[in-house]
Design a protein around this ligand. Sequence first.
Ligand SMILES: [Zn+2]
Length: 298
Amino acid sequence: MKLNKITENVYYIDSAVNIGLIVNEANEALLVDTGIDDSVARKVKRLVEENGYKLRGIIITHAHADHCGGAPHLVKTTGAAVYATATEKPVLECPVLEPVYLFGGAYPPDPLHNKFFLAGGVSVDEVIMPGVQNICGCEVEIVDMAGHALGQVGVAAAGVLFCADSVIAPEVIDKHGIPLNADLAGALETFNRLESRQEKFYLPAHGTLAEDIVPVVGANRRRLIDTLEFIKDLLESPKTVEEILAAACSNFKININNMGQYYLMHLTIMAYLSYMVDRKEITAEYNENRQSFKKLLG
Ligand SMILES: [Zn+2]
């Protein structure tokens, strides 16, 4: 992990997720995400301080543990204020909600109690909304990036847009098979919004610095549409969620072998079904207490 300069006053730290750093003339720093745990947070804090900056604030783009798990340590050791959207705030403050929603709203079993799904809790000091604003003395624009998570935002500053998980690098799309999305309509709007931006640099949390985001968005949109079409064709005959999930995984060469992987894919499949039900492309039917989805004609 090191501090990489992007433009004057904007940096990123490469870890399993890229962490953004925006600084002002007073050498005060604003982080964009924190990495997954205390160990990453300790390295982030050291890099910030070694370079002469004082950490004042942390914007959490969305409440997934790999983005917010380092926040409790950073808040405890620096007193930095935490900023997040109203939608992501409840999960940040009550982190068991992440494995709870994955497990259908029930108390999650042990295999979902690990640092990938269950971060430490952190209080949100201020709820943020999209728009240009001054946070901790840094001029930033909070950009709506709903889709991957319901209340996800990106952060733009000085010609750089931190894109959170709105898009992933084209070269890892095949590895993911079907990228995680909670809200397809939101994701499609976010893709359009990204293509209309005029930043000089774009940094997806899982990807490399790009000067042109259009091909990255194109690859992500293509996989989303391909998945949508695949599921729609599959539902020519009624299928249960379990059958849809298994067929989609097999088609996109995904091999699930643990509960965490299963429930992330389950959430994504539910997002596709939700999108198609709302557009009256498919409907649910009930037979012998079994729910199936099928394509509607016309
Ligand atoms: Zn995420």
